[in-house]
Design a protein around this ligand. Structure first.
Ligand code: AHR
Length: 309
């Protein structure tokens, strides 16, 4: 594992290469999950703007949350003979075949944000992402401290089978398992969306007689938490005051919820990360130097009292 040196990050690599006497621009195919929530569109915009700045010819494909669309996009990138492929995989499974096809075609694949579950790590060069497990642990540690280790929790999970849903849950559970009086009493996927979070919370409110006995809500992302806040307010409850709310992303709408006292903490998932991802790809295209299999982007937790920059 390699932690990106956040402030002293390496200068952005040049994106023109020389074959014999002629220069050619780099073409990169990027298969993005979709545009759920606020974080992902912000990251998509950043990737497109950074590519433009760097003179990278970016072929951007939005999979609308469907893995089959991602597989199609990756095969189309291979057919177009792009120089490199970046994938943010919807779910962790089902990648070996298409990654093998890219390898056979000699096109290096980079994972960004989400992970894949493959035994053959040679199928991709590296993954550049935050540590989702750490995000879950930070959320769990915050809740343990805020509740003094006494908390019945409802959990809003992200997309089933997606790396952040798997790892945030694992990390969170690892921490709360250290506290005998902390447990998850209700858990369901809200698919990383505001509507999903709202619907799941409405159902939880009904099935627990207005969240009786519940002290905290852990949402795998802010958008689900924002939906939960709406549902709680509509039911006459006071999120952030009578219930401790912690989630992940730290998007602008969540910052507002923290400032208004409707939520209590959020772990930041940085979205302006194209400037760190592209140099990794373009440097690799230049020197083919072996990279660590995971380049980690730092995460930190914010509250209204510690908003950061
Ligand atoms: O993969 C990262 C997660 O995906 C973000 O936390 C969430 O908002 C997004 O949809």
């Amino acid at each position: 594992m390699h932690v990106l040196k956040w402030l002293g990050c390496a200068a952005i690599g040049a994106t023109m290469f020389f074959a014999g006497s002629s220069a050619f621009a780099v073409t990169i195919g990027f298969s993005q999950v979709g545009d759920e929530g606020d974080w992902r569109p912000a990251w998509s915009k950043d990737m497109q703007e950074e590519a433009k700045k760097e003179g990278i010819d970016l072929k951007f494909a939005d999979a609308q949350g469907k893995e089959e669309e991602q597989l199609k996009a990756v095969r189309s990138f291979i057919a177009q003979k792009v120089d490199a492929i970046i994938i943010a995989p919807v779910v962790v499974t089902g990648w070996d075949q298409v990654l093998g096809e890219a390898k056979k075609a000699g096109i290096p694949v980079f994972l960004a944000d989400r992970d894949v579950d493959t035994a053959d790590k040679s199928l991709f060069v590296t993954r550049i992402s935050a540590d989702f497990n750490l995000e879950g642990r930070l959320a769990g540690a915050w809740l343990a401290q805020a509740s003094k280790g006494n908390c019945n929790i409802v959990e809003l999970q992200g997309t089933t089978g997606a790396a952040p849903a798997i790892e945030r849950k694992k990390g969170f559970e690892a921490v709360i398992s250290l506290f005998p009086n902390m447990k998850i009493v209700k858990t369901q996927s809200g698919n990383f969306t505001t509507d999903g979070g709202k619907q799941v919370m409405e159902a939880f409110i009904k099935s627990t007689d207005n969240l009786k006995g519940i002290c905290g809500v852990f949402a795998h992302n802010d958008n689900m938490q924002l939906g939960a806040i709406q549902a709680m307010k509509e039911a006459g409850l006071k999120p952030g005051k009578d219930f401790l709310l912690v989630s992940v992303d730290y998007v602008p709408a969540e910052k507002e919820a923290l400032a208004a006292g409707d939520a209590n903490a959020s772990v930041e998932l940085r979205s302006a990360i194209g400037k760190y991802i592209y140099p990794v790809v373009t440097d690799y295209l230049k020197d083919k130097k072996e990279l660590p299999k995971w380049i980690v982007i730092p995460s930190d937790l914010h509250t209204a009292a510690t908003p950061g920059n």
